[in-house]
Design a binder for this molecule. Sequence first.
Ligand code: FES
Ligand code: FES
Length: 163
Amino acid sequence: MSQYKLVRCNINGKDVERMVDVRASLTDMLRNDYRLTSVKKGCEVGECGACNVLIDGEAFNSCIYLAVWADGKHIRTLEGLMGPNGELSDIQQAFIDETAIQCGFCTPGFIMSAVEVLESGELYSREELRKRLSGHLCRCTGYENILNAVEKTMKRRHGIPVD
Ligand code: FES
Ligand code: FES
């Protein structure tokens, strides 16, 4: 039996296809085959959220998602958030403005989960946001600034003034 399978999917708006080892994780496929190095390898057991990407609009830990399951799916990573000339998206800029980054290792995963929250169109309370981002670990920044960044971006998208 072949150890490789053809995986056709759409990554950050582009249709792609590649033979993939059936044992490979989606993290490995994105990093090694497509050089999308925003997808970080942290715990690799689904505990830290550093590898989070959006699959058909839903945030998943890509380390515990087989690459072959991505066949036919739409995958988004942090690289896909930027504008055509590398402009940062509002949520990326908010992480900078709120000093929600130190080493940055956890940041792409947090931001992809934040994108899921923002695109839901819901207006979450601070506590609900905390729960929705609870699958992520940050060893340096602390969570308050991260929550500030997500909360302020969510409110701005709803037209609610923030300082
Ligand atoms: S690297 Fe995937 S959850 Fe930690
Ligand atoms: S900024 Fe370093 S782990 Fe979060």
